[in-house]
Design a protein around this ligand. Sequence first.
Ligand code: ADP
Ligand code: F6P
Length: 324
Amino acid sequence: MSEKIETIGVLSSGGDAPGMNAAIRAVVRKAITNGVKVKGIRRGYLGLLSEDIYDMDRKSVSDIIQTGGTILGTARCLEFKEPEVQAKGAEICRKHGIDGLVVIGGDGSYRGAQALARNGINTIGVPGTIDLDIACTEYTIGFDTAINTAMQAIDKVRDTSSSHERCSIIEVMGRNAGYIALWSGVATGAEDILLPEKYDYNEQELINNIVKSRKRGKTHHIIINAEGIGHSTSMAKRIEAATGIETRATILGYLQRGGNPTCKDRYYASIMGAYAADILCAGKSNRVVAYKHGEFVDYDIEEALNMQKGIDEYQYEICKRLSQ
Ligand code: ADP
Ligand code: F6P
């Protein structure tokens, strides 16, 4: 850990998330307020390796708090998993005078930050992912915008589904995690919610539910399917064949990752970005910012990566009862 931080870098990595810009703005402006220079690194670790690095000032982050995406760009850079590439990344930081780095991203990006810390660069991670799948924190930047986008889209599909008396499968993002499916499903009164963490692939049970709800007089049947389960189109075909009820699949896809961040995303991103700049300037390293039990805190990266979280059993069970 270096004595006094003079220049910090900031990058975004992995899947982008609405609110990342608010976090970048907060990092830049809080660091400058603390008397520290800031350099932006474009396209995550890929841009670090190609030295796509530029000086930032307060004005560099004007007019971005309300925008989706990330002004720094983002990328997946698989070669950054190699120890010699990580050492090169640290060397490039030193060459550019960067003695501290804020990494905005998910678990994978944290591993990259941890590797740089091992190579002598002070690093702090900020949770940026729409998936809410970082165990150490109850909040990740982008989740609130994504679930609201999904909710509005599902409401629209529900209108037409009811009019046509169809069953609709709506696939939401979440390769490994079902939080977007759970939240958007509960908020739209979906009849079935399929989560990668819970789904037992018992399609017959799903079919029985559809037939039962139709007999009870429901004009629609909304199934929220998480991307991690996928195969919504073929599932729709099988359900239609088994029930005789017209069934359509809608895959929401990337529209969930864009758009203007909600107030909540902007707020949390602003506090977390500023917090990251502050602890970095105070000499902390190899830490991640988190929101836990109503407070902003930080954890050692290794400790954070070893934490586990899962879908709450009560919330999952209750959601099934509410839509019957
Ligand atoms: P997220 O950060 O959202 O979890 P990824 O898992 O795709 O997204 O990781 C983003 C980037 O972080 C990767 O493309 C790679 O550059 C870096 N990364 C991921 N895993 C590691 C690792 N084990 N060691 C070093 N860097 C990693
Ligand atoms: O940002 C997280 C996420 O949206 C996951 O839910 C999804 O599986 C993944 O990113 C897809 O991202 P890409 O297609 O950009 O690799």
